[in-house]
Design a protein around this ligand. Structure first.
Ligand SMILES: Cc1cc2nc3c(=O)[nH]c(=O)nc-3n(C[C@H](O)[C@H](O)[C@H](O)COP(=O)(O)OP(=O)(O)OC[C@H]3O[C@@H](n4cnc5c(N)ncnc54)[C@H](O)[C@@H]3O)c2cc1C
Length: 366
């Protein structure tokens, strides 16, 4: 009989990361699909009571807690010991955890300590004929793999954004606290503060409803034969500020920095989407001045609704992979979008605002 453990931690606000509720979706699928599985929850954090109360409605047989000031911040030695202690106490055969940066860094080591196995980046968990299987993407999101394991314990981390979060009414739960040894040597690494860029400089926003992808066209000579990189910067930053969209870019756009060509100063390889970049998950995507196969085929893999603006009606990737291709000048369109957003500044992010913009032609694709 499987013993399923949901393993998670609190955030600095003492509550649970959203990804926990997504992993709960997988946990419930596993527990409901299995015959008489046990289900428990383990939480690590400074104070885990409020977080545990949020999980009151999910029917866990027991909620284990490891708490105290030494578990407030992410730290390999203390977190790994806490997770190992919870897994052993729960006698977990199947451990499901959200792939937050805090858990992703410790769980491979925890799997080793437990003599278990780990699979990361799961995007789905299912049960068929009493067998738990997971799905994940391989070869930079080009192939979908379904797999199962007989080895136990089996630790599975689910990718944030890939499953629908499950919520229930908070309640009041009793936690069974576990004590974990934290010798001085475990506590050598100390968090002395968090140095975050100001919100306006933070262009990667994983929770945003829109991904705005900038391609190298923004820094290419335009109709007048000149490059307008500064104007492009202004338009893009203005749009990001108004729409709260997340900024992705093609590889070419960041690579040209090396070649001494005009660049958009706020872009780094962290923004890059595609085979050698990231494959973010946002409900909507808008690619601008972008031709490349990788950003369209791989970088957009998990975007639900995709649109592109390109001067080139024959841009094969934009036509083949975007739901709507606007054949138009992105400088003009985005300036108009910014103007519309300014006029309706009280409205939330409007991914569809550019429908009113000066489009030369609109080609439906897919
Ligand atoms: C092994 C390998 C891995 C790679 N991995 C990645 C990856 O992970 N991610 C990635 O992005 N690339 C990757 N690439 C590069 C990729 O193949 C493309 O070369 C690259 O994505 C092209 O970038 P781009 O579309 O921004 O620029 P370009 O190909 O230069 O396209 C610019 C586009 O802008 C349009 N344009 C210009 N001005 C305007 C305007 N005013 N309004 C509207 N449109 C305009 C043009 O019509 C053109 O279509 C990889 C390549 C290789 C070989």
């Amino acid at each position: 009989m499987e013993r399923v453990l949901l393993l998670t931690h609190t955030d600095v606000d003492g509550l649970l990361p959203k990804a926990t509720f997504e992993t709960l979706n997988a946990v419930q699928t596993a527990v409901e699909g299995l015959d008489q599985a046990h289900f428990t929850i383990g939480i690590i954090g400074r104070d885990v009571q409020e977080a545990a109360n949020r999980l009151a409605g999910f029917g866990a047989e027991c909620i284990w807690g490891v708490s105290g000031p030494e578990f407030e911040h992410s730290r390999y030695a203390t977190d790994a010991s806490a997770a190992e202690t919870i897994c052993r106490k729960a006698e977990a055969t199947l451990v499901l955890a959200p792939a937050t940066s805090r858990l992703a860094r410790i769980l491979p080591g925890v799997a080793y300590r437990l003599g278990g196995r780990i699979d990361t980046h799961a995007t789905e968990v299912a049960v068929a004929n009493g067998v738990v299987r997971i799905e994940r993407w391989c070869y930079r999101q080009r192939m979908e793999v379904r797999m199962h394991r007989t080895h136990r314990p089996w630790i599975i981390t689910t990718d944030p954004g890939s499953l629908k979060p499950r919520r229930s009414r908070p309640g009041s739960v009793q936690i069974e606290f576990l004590s974990v040894e934290t010798p001085e040597v475990y506590r050598r690494t100390k968090t002395i503060g968090v140095d975050d860029p100001p919100e306006d400089e933070q262009t990667i926003r994983s929770e945003a409803s829109l991904l705005f992808v900038a391609g190298a066209g923004w820094t290419k000579p335009q109709d007048d034969g000149k490059v307008h990189a500064k104007r492009a910067e202004g338009i893009i930053l203005d749009f990001l500020k108004k729409s709260r969209a997340s900024l992705g870019c093609s590889k070419s756009l960041v690579d040209i920095r090396r070649d001494g060509q005009p660049v958009l100063s706020f872009l780094t390889h962290m923004n890059q989407v595609g085979q050698t970049g990231s494959t973010p998950r946002h409900p909507k995507g808008l690619a601008t001045c972008c031709h490349g196969e990788e950003p369209h085929v791989v970088g957009w893999r998990f975007i639900d609704e995709r649109r592109a603006i390109n001067l080139e009606a024959n841009c094969g990737w934009a036509q083949g992979k975007a739901d709507v291709l606007y054949v138009a000048d992105a400088f003009e369109v985005m300036a108009k979008v910014n103007q519309l957003l300014k006029e309706e500044s009280e409205a939330p992010a409007r991914a569809d605002a550019f429908e009113d913009a000066p489009l030369k032609e609109c080609v439906g694709a897919r």
